[in-house]
Write a protein of this length. Structure first.
Length: 148
C-alpha cells in the first residue's frame, strides 16, 4: 500500500513542482532567456541524475522507512542508509538537480528565480517543520544521525 501512496505523492507533489511548472514557466514567456549555445546539452546530466536520486530516496522512505515521502504519512523508522547515509535530504538534492537541468535546457532566468524560490521553500520546510518533527519522533536516534 505504501508504494501506491508514494506513487500518488510523486505524481501530485514533485510532478507539478519539478516538471509541469518549470515547463510552463519556460514556455509561456521567452523573456528572460539567455543563450548557452551547446552548453545547453549539459542539462542531460542533472536531469537523469536528479530523477534517479529523487526516486531512490522515495524508495528508501517506502521500503526501509516503511512509510512514504509525504509529510502526512512519513516513515515509521529513521532512514539512515543508502543515499541518506551521505546526504540528509537527498530528495531535495534530486529535485534541485532536475531544476538545474530545466534551467540549462530552457536557458531561462525565470526558471533560475523559480529554482531559487523553491530552494528557499525547501530550506524553510526542513528547518521549521521536518527537523523539529524528526527530533520529537526519533529523539536520540535522529540526533545521532545528524552527527554522522
Amino acid at each position: 500500500m505504501n508504494i501506491i501512496k508514494t506513487m500518488f505523492f510523486l505524481i501530485f507533489i514533485p510532478g507539478p513542482l519539478l516538471f509541469w511548472a518549470p515547463y510552463k514557466i519556460a514556455l509561456l514567456s521567452p523573456i528572460g532567456q539567455f543563450n548557452l549555445g551547446q552548453l545547453r546539452y549539459a542539462a542531460l546530466l542533472p536531469w537523469p541524475a536528479g530523477t534517479v536520486i529523487l526516486l531512490w530516496s522515495c524508495w528508501e522512505f517506502t521500503f526501509r522507512g516503511r512509510g512514504t515521502p509525504a509529510p502526512i504519512d512519513p516513515p515509521k523508522v529513521i532512514v539512515g542508509e543508502g543515499l541518506y547515509r551521505f546526504v540528509r535530504n537527498p530528495m531535495y538534492l534530486g529535485a534541485l538537480l532536475i531544476l538545474l537541468g530545466h534551467i540549462l535546457w530552457f536557458q531561462s532566468l525565470r526558471l533560475l528565480i523559480y529554482a531559487a524560490a523553491l530552494t528557499a521553500a525547501f530550506h524553510l520546510f526542513v528547518v521549521f517543520y521536518e527537523e523539529p518533527v524528526l527530533r520529537r519522533k526519533f529523539g536520540d536516534s535522529y540526533e545521532d544521525y545528524c552527527r554522522r
